[in-house]
Design a protein around this ligand. Structure first.
Ligand code: FMN
Length: 253
């Protein structure tokens, strides 16, 4: 019987090959969500550098209310990765039918929607085997407030950009949510500490490159709501996505 899995993807950088320096603006605009990783280990030096950069992020009053649980190969980490993979499967099954991945453009195997579906199908296994998964944690020090996220998620983006700078890739996920109670038990997370995300990291299979977003003119107003300034133009050659919040239809839809 033929192997039903898709062919192994092209590896972005052969193991041991030198890394190319990525200039800041290029890094900001071309760091993609990476959901496939090679078997190459992530070194202690890379992890230290990435977490150093993560902890340079801003936070309210410079309180730095973050901690990072790094999951690698020990038994609790393996159990935690299995839990996260289970959550990834559950979330994808729901999302696939809710967001119509098997309807409309999703029926064309080359459409962005179908490619996303293929990537999400494989993602749980990639989480199980990812060299590293990082759980950024938020130390709750006051009653919940709208700005709490701003003292934990900037460090997550720093982390992903630093990973990119070190030749690695990863993606922010919320797979900790459905399995939070079990994760807390396995990893002995104390009360007062919230699991903010689950970020798998590794040497990417597949490439970074320009991310697709909606046109800048949809996002920017000047002076008053709805007034689009003429200068809000994307650079020539920018490619777009139709993704966006439900109920906010605009000209490219
Ligand atoms: C708050 C947040 C939650 C996310 N949760 C998930 C998730 O649970 N699973 C997943 O595969 N990707 C998740 N992502 C990644 C987004 O899908 C990704 O950033 C987005 O599609 C843009 O991808 P791109 O940067 O490669 O263009 C999340 C991103 C953010 C910012």
């Amino acid at each position: 019987m033929s192997d039903p899995r898709p062919p192994a993807p092209r590896q972005h950088r052969p193991e041991g090959a030198p890394r190319r320096e990525v200039e800041l603006f290029e890094g900001l605009t071309t760091t993609r969500a990476i959901r496939r990783y090679s078997e190459e280990a992530v070194s202690d030096q890379d992890l230290a550098a990435i977490l150093f950069a993560a902890t340079r992020a801003p936070s309210g009053s410079n309180r730095q209310p973050w901690r990072f649980l790094v999951l690698r190969d020990d038994e609790p980490s393996r159990q935690a990765k299995l839990l996260l993979a289970r959550a990834a499967r559950e979330i994808w099954v729901q999302k696939r039918s809710r967001d119509g991945y098997d309807r409309g453009s999703g029926l064309d195997p080359d459409s962005p929607k179908a490619r996303m579906a293929q990537s999400m199908e494989r993602f749980p296994e990639a989480i199980e085997t990812a060299p590293v998964v990082i759980l950024p944690c938020f130390l709750r020090y006051r009653a919940p407030h709208l700005s709490d996220g701003a003292s934990i998620y900037p460090c997550c983006q720093n982390l992903l950009l630093a990973a990119r700078a070190r030749g690695l890739g990863g993606v922010m996920t919320i797979f900790q949510l459905p399995v939070e109670a079990e994760l807390r038990e396995v990893l002995e997370v104390p009360d007062g500490v919230e699991l903010a995300a689950a970020i798998p990291l590794g040497h990417p299979l597949g490439a970074h490159g320009p991310v697709r977003r909606r046109p800048l003119r949809e996002f920017v107003f000047e002076g008053r709501w709805g007034e689009t300034p003429a200068w809000a133009e994307d650079p020539p050659g920018t490619r777009y996505t139709r993704a966006g919040p439900p109920g906010h239809r605009t000209p490219i839809d």
